[in-house]
Write a protein that binds this ligand. Structure first.
Ligand code: PLP
Length: 268
């Protein structure tokens, strides 16, 4: 596949996305993001329908989430389990709203995830897989999961080293309440588009290699790309993009708050 190499990251906009305050503003932001996904698909000859947009609502108040729902969002991504659980409890009236947990999980919080989440995108340990499976069996539920891979090599990032992924995935069928859907990654946070792209290429290559082996059926999804880099991710094969700020508006806190150990990403 030949890929445009001039698509840039947009981390420069970080902290400057205006807050969406009406349903119409949510609709406009969603349409703008969809148009950019469509354009990225077009550049590489992909079908737009193969990319799912997951709006990320972390740190945003319930009122904003309700507006996003009114603007047709039916699944929301949250980075912290307790925050997500609190929002889920407060919005039980929205019976068609589903939740995706996209941040690191400690096994002692697996119980909460098992109770309400539809999807968990940050699986990176057998301990958590085991805890989730046990609690899901109790709840009589199942959960879509993505295995998180550290494609940037940064020590601060969660996720398995790429070379550890095949052996890890091989052990997952033992956990029958987990439905393994694919791989997830956070790219290097950088304005150097080429280095960001390499993270996405690495995830896709890993998935393709795993799929060739007959043991790994159903490993189709690639969750990669966020507000600053999703167009590059789509060009490289993303099937899920996780977008917060370009839909909801900038977050008040720097990303180091959500990804501990991260160096500051604020513009000078
Ligand atoms: C917050 C977050 C996102 C979305 O980031 P934005 O810059 O708001 O688009 C994506 N993935 C994960 C894991 C996140 O925590």
């Amino acid at each position: 596949m030949s890929v445009p190499s001039d698509t840039l990251t947009r981390h420069d906009k970080h902290g400057r996305y205006p807050e969406a305050t009406t349903v119409e503003e949510f609709q406009r932001n969603l349409a703008a993001v969809q148009a950019r996904i469509r354009a990225a698909c077009h550049r590489v000859g992909r079908d737009f329908a193969t990319v799912r947009l997951l709006p990320v609502s972390k740190t945003k108040p319930e009122a904003s989430l309700r507006m996003a729902h009114a603007a047709d969002c039916r699944m929301l991504g949250e980075n912290k389990v307790q925050e997500a659980y609190r929002k889920w409890e407060a919005m039980q009236d929205l019976t068609d709203l589903r939740w995706s947990i996209i941040g690191h999980l400690q096994s002692n919080k697996a119980k909460l995830v098992a109770r309400f989440a539809a999807e968990f995108q940050a699986l990176d340990s057998l301990r958590v897989a085991e805890a989730l499976d046990r609690r899901l069996q109790v709840e009589g539920r199942s959960l879509d999961v993505f295995v998180q891979v550290n494609t940037s090599g940064e020590a601060s990032k969660y996720g398995l080293a790429p070379e550890d992924v095949p052996a890890f995935i091989q052990k997952l069928p033992a956990f029958t309440a987990l439905r393994v859907r694919g791989l997830m990654t956070l790219a290097l946070f950088s304005s150097e588009a080429e280095r960001v792209r390499q993270c996405f290429v690495l995830l896709r290559t890993l998935r393709d290699r795993l799929r060739q082996s007959t043991h790994f059926c159903g490993l189709d999804e690639l969750s990669m790309g966020m507000s600053g880099d999703f167009e590059i991710a789509v060009e490289e094969g993303a099937t899920v993009v996780r977008i917060g700020q370009a839909i909801f508006g900038a977050r008040p806190l720097p990303d180091s708050h959500y990804w501990p150990g991260e160096t500051s990403t604020e513009e000078p």
